[in-house]
Design a protein around this ligand. Structure first.
Ligand code: NOJ
Length: 581
């Protein structure tokens, strides 16, 4: 297998708004990040992925960009960014930028022009369509979408098709200027760019080249699998319980997406030594083999989402749920990806990011008794797998979900809109829905980083933009840095093990005990070396004796210090790794 620095690296994701506030306005910022680089160095990561820091009106916390080459005022200035980049590089840390080019903000100069009139030279930068006259749509659609009817010059229209936005409501925004609709797969302040337009692609590639010239080290590409829309934008089936047609499925891996990424690779990526990861909603293994092909003609790797969709709600078909995922399904799914991309592509391995609830609450056990041990257990089986690991801020402390009690505590438009749409239009019982949203909301990941036990967890001296998890007095970086058996030091060790082991980075993967509902056990092999990763992902005590081959192995790491791992017993959430030469 071809070796590469980005295969041997560990990436740490920062959500700047919630990381560290240096200027006392309740919002994290670039100087705050710069002040914490030594902390990241101590953890041992190699690469920082910054969620968007560009100018943005913040409808979707920076994923709605109004200027790709300026910095959001809340976060500081371009001079602050340059200082961060320089300081990171001096410490041997790389910086990956979030590239959000499926859509812009509706306040981006391109869109402000585009919406003016149909003849505007930027009109075709976005996806504009005429609405459907009411007499052209079926009575069912007229009834279903009654609240979306718009009136223009005395006539009534419905949006061009039945697609729903990922953030509730129709995927089409109406523009009074021309009486036409623009496509927005996300919020109505996030109009989709028209990638079929060669000039749009050139603008994006030129902008990327300018960032590369500045010295950044890579891109994480937001919903890059959605940039090529299907021919004719046809109506889609409405999933059970939903109101609108499913746009996600039909837009994912669209007809020209690989051609566009190959063009991007030729015109930008291949000219620099970058790490690139595509956020590919709706990606299948077969598609991932193209995006992350080992010939390097598209991207280094992708984020796939099958494993973090296993706890979607079977009753309603949406992500909101209170149930944990089944470990058997998780093991099977991860094994499919581990083996499926081996030697033909490259995996990213992650559970947490700014869109996912905290994994210790989601899959582990965040009670006082098991929070730390289960966080370490999950980290063990994630970090011993093949692929580039991503650690999301606070994951290395075992930060847990926020105990939401009231809708007013949420800041995320996805959670808030979903609550309204599902209770008001789909008539779900608010008492049933609220705990589901509380469990899966993206805001669980977005509460401030817990630095110490001082007010607001040391994140800010002002009122934070979103509440701090009340467990910060116990769960914080200062306490964990000072304690040898903390979650922090466990992550530090996992990261260091990877840095010193070709086997962990490049070895193959063999799942054992496939059908066991509690145990996640696998082997890795490379050039005559092997390791065995054993995790009891449950509150039950279990019996387990390592295979003979590993009996004399060396313990690389274990989450219950000094325990005899050969004694044949596994405590709740116990994890260990044995290695043999
Ligand atoms: C995926 C990002 O991770 C998410 O946070 C964002 O809301 C959407 N893309 C839209 O940009």
């Amino acid at each position: 297998m071809k070796k590469a620095w980005w295969k041997e690296s560990v990436v740490y994701q920062i959500y700047p708004r919630s990381f560290c506030d240096s200027n006392g306005d309740g919002i994290g910022d670039l100087n705050g990040i710069t002040s914490k680089l030594d902390y990241l160095k101590e953890l041992g990561i190699d690469v920082i992925w910054l969620s968007p820091v560009y100018r943005s009106p913040n409808d979707d916390n920076g994923y709605d960009i109004s200027d790709y080459e300026d910095i959001m005022e809340d976060f500081g200035s371009m001079a602050d960014f340059d200082r961060l980049l320089k300081s990171a590089h001096e410490k041997g840390l790389k910086i990956v930028m979030d590239l959000v080019v499926n859509h812009t903000s509706d306040e981006h100069a391109w869109f402000l022009e585009s919406r003016k009139n149909a003849e505007n030279e930027k009109r075709d930068y976005y996806i504009w369509r005429k609405g459907r006259k009411l007499n052209e749509v079926s009575p069912e659609e007229r009834k279903q979408f009654a609240s979306d009817v718009v009136e223009y010059k005395g006539e009534k229209f419905l949006p061009p098709n039945n697609w729903g936005s990922f953030f509730s409501g129709p995927a089409w925004g109406f523009s009074e200027e021309t009486g036409e609709f623009y496509l927005h797969l996300f919020s109505k302040k996030q109009p989709d760019l028209n990638w079929e337009n060669e000039r749009v692609r050139k603008e994006v590639f030129d902008m990327m080249n300018r960032w590369c010239e500045k010295g950044i080290d890579g891109f994480r590409m937001d919903v890059i699998s959605l940039i090529s829309k299907p021919e004719g934008l046809p109506n889609q089936p409405i999933p059970t319980g939903a109101i609108y047609g499913d746009a996600g499925q039909i837009c994912a891996n669209g007809p020209h997406v690989h051609a566009y990424l190959k063009e991007m690779n030729r015109k930008v990526l291949s000219h620099y030594d970058l790490i690139t990861v595509g956020e590919t909603a709706g990606v299948t293994l077969e598609e991932a083999k193209k995006y992350a092909n080992s010939d390097g003609t598209e991207l280094n790797m992708v984020f796939q989402f099958e494993h973090v969709s296993l706890d979607d709600n079977p009753k309603y078909g949406f992500k909101w749920n209170t149930e944990k995922m089944s470990l058997v399904s998780l093991k099977k799914n991860l094994t499919k990806w581990q083996n499926g991309l081996y030697e033909v592509g490259w995996n990213s391995i992650f559970f947490c990011n700014h869109d996912q609830p905290r994994i210790v609450s989601r899959l582990g056990n965040d009670s006082d008794l098991y929070r730390e041990r289960s966080a370490k257990c999950i980290a063990t089986f994630l970090h011993m797998m093949q692929g580039t690991p991503y650690v999301y801020q606070g994951e290395e402390l075992g930060m847990s979900n926020y105990p939401f009690q009231d809708l007013s505590e949420f800041r995320d438009l996805e959670s808030i809109n979903a609550f309204h749409e599902l209770t008001e239009k789909a008539h779900l019982d608010p008492a049933e829905l609220f705990p589901m949203i509380a469990f899966k909301s993206r805001d669980n990941a977005r509460t401030p980083m817990q630095w110490d036990d001082s007010e607001n967890a040391g994140f800010t001296s002002a009122t934070p933009w979103i509440k701090v998890n009340p467990n910060y007095k116990k769960v914080n970086a200062k306490e964990e840095l000072a304690r040898a058996d903390s979650v922090f030091h466990y992550y530090q060790k996992l990261i260091s093990l990877r840095h010193h082991s070709g086997l962990i980075v490049y070895g193959d993967f063999r799942l054992l005990e496939e059908e066991d509902p509690n145990l996640f056990i696998y082997e890795r092999h490379l050039d005559g070396k092997a390791l065995l990763c054993v995790c009891n992902v449950s509150e039950k005590e279990r019996e387990y004796t390592p295979p003979a081959e590993f009996q004399k192995g060396q313990v690389l790491i274990q989450n219950i210090p000094d325990r005899d791992v050969r004694a044949g017993k596994l405590a709740p959430y116990e994890a260990y790794v044995l290695a043999v030469e």
